[in-house]
Design a binder for this molecule. Sequence first.
Ligand code: FES
Length: 148
Amino acid sequence: MDRKTFIRNCGKTCLGMITISTTLQGCSWSQQLTMPINGNNVMHVPVSAFLYLDDKKKEAYKRFIVVRNERLNYPIVIYRNSVGEFNALLLRCSHQYNELSVSGELLTCPAHGSEFNSSGEVVNGPAEDKLRTLLVTIESKHLLIHLS
Ligand code: FES
């Protein structure tokens, strides 16, 4: 193998490794966690569910997590806005009730293209109504997501 071919192959290998790394990191952010719901229709989510190790192996907090339970027809996204401040949204499009997908701060509907921000407000239609917001309280080291 000549020098030029060797350098070209190294470049392709590096590009492939970066792509795989980026893809895997994306998966870890979009992972859905199953959480229990008690008899009072409250979902319990440990605050530690937001923790991860950053590139320097230090604990950091995810901006959001997605949780679900078999009793719910739609998953829930929970945003961590600051220490002790969270908001939760049901991932059900307000247009025709399709399940939304989460892309960071933007919630998108694959059915007709509506988009919502992390507060649940409509950014782009055809949806006109805000997403359903769920009350979040904190008890000890758990978030309590009130479903009714
Ligand atoms: S169901 Fe979401 S935009 Fe129509």
